[in-house]
Design a protein around this ligand. Structure first.
Ligand SMILES: [Zn+2]
Length: 306
């Protein structure tokens, strides 16, 4: 069994969104309920996140954006809402990922799942977008580099392209960004031609997926293409933007991956990681009846027991 941490705190419920908004606190309530019912809690190491410092956030975001967001309330863009408790929740979401990195560095954990919100992968240097305030996984990857993990491999299986994460590492040869996503679709980025630049050329790998893609198409990518790509890059740590909006019953998207398909995707990622520390970070996933069970499937793969 792998030493697997689960990072969660009720502070994430204080990021409130208007009634009917898909990125709602009930997502996390469903996840925690499913974990409670699964019997996995006795196997998991339950962890509380810490709060990110301003300096840590500014490894990815501009000081001007940090200032603006700290004093903001209301709709930041047409779909990204900021409530009174959102800024604090966002600091803890980024802090959860950094604490997970710190704990695998200290060998206290081998794997982690960060059940956080607001999500992060759309957040760019200067702006919130797509329900995301701070780019949690990008801030975590910067922390990993700072702590001596030389090479970081980020896998993003959310149905949307992680434009913010790609932007943060577009010219960085030490951080690989791999993404599958419905395309063309929100946010519009993520074509195969976006491959990185400068010394970071060919450390961005986008796999656009047609609407209607299912398990068959996904398994070809995650079992045949991804593991050798990861093994060639030889990462010291693997970080995953886990977006459950690829699920067939998701209200926001149109690819059709079953729970069993998601299990196989996780399997492919862990095979590619080859025993290196692996940190999963919650992004999207809006089917409240399914998201809890999909996270439980993920945790079972991470724990790797029997
Ligand atoms: Zn998404």
């Amino acid at each position: 069994m792998k030493k697997t941490g689960l990072f969660y705190d009720d502070v994430f419920l204080r990021h409130e969104t208007p009634a009917g908004h898909p990125e709602c606190k009930e997502r996390l309530v469903s996840i925690i309920k499913a974990i409670d019912a699964s019997g996995l809690k006795s196997r998991l190491i339950m962890e509380k996140p810490r709060k990110a410092t301003r300096q840590e956030v500014e490894c990815v975001h501009s000081p001007a954006y940090f200032e603006r967001l700290s004093a903001f309330e209301g709709y930041y863009d047409q779909d990204t809402y900021v409530s009174e408790g959102s800024f604090e929740a966002a600091l803890y979401a980024a802090g959860a990922v950094m604490k997970a990195v710190e704990q695998v560095k200290d060998s206290r954990l081998e794997r982690a799942f960060c059940a956080v919100r607001p999500p992060g992968h759309h957040a760019e240097r200067d702006r919130a977008m797509g329900f995301c305030l701070f780019n949690n996984i990008a801030i975590g990857a910067k922390k990993a580099r700072e702590l001596g993990f030389k090479k970081v491999f980020i896998v993003d299986f959310d149905v949307h392209h992680g434009n913010g994460t790609q932007q943060a590492f577009y010219e960085d040869p030490d951080v690989f960004y791999f993404s599958t996503h419905q395309y063309p679709f929100y946010p519009g980025t993520g074509s195969e031609a976006e491959r990185g630049a400068g010394s970071g050329l060919d450390t961005i790998y986008n796999v656009p997926m047609q609407a209607g893609s299912g398990v068959k198409q996904y398994l070809r990518i995650y079992q045949d293409i991804l593991p050798p790509l990861m093994q060639r890059f030889k990462p010291d740590i693997v970080m995953v933007s886990a977006g459950y909006d690829i699920y067939s019953g998701d209200p926001l998207a149109a690819v059709n991956v079953s729970g069993e398909g998601i299990r196989a995707i996780i399997d492919g990622i862990l095979a590619g990681a080859g025993g290196k520390p692996s940190i999963f970070v919650l992004e999207g996933g809006y089917n409240l009846d399914a998201i809890g069970e999909l996270v439980v499937i993920t945790l079972k793969e991470l724990l790797d027991y029997e």
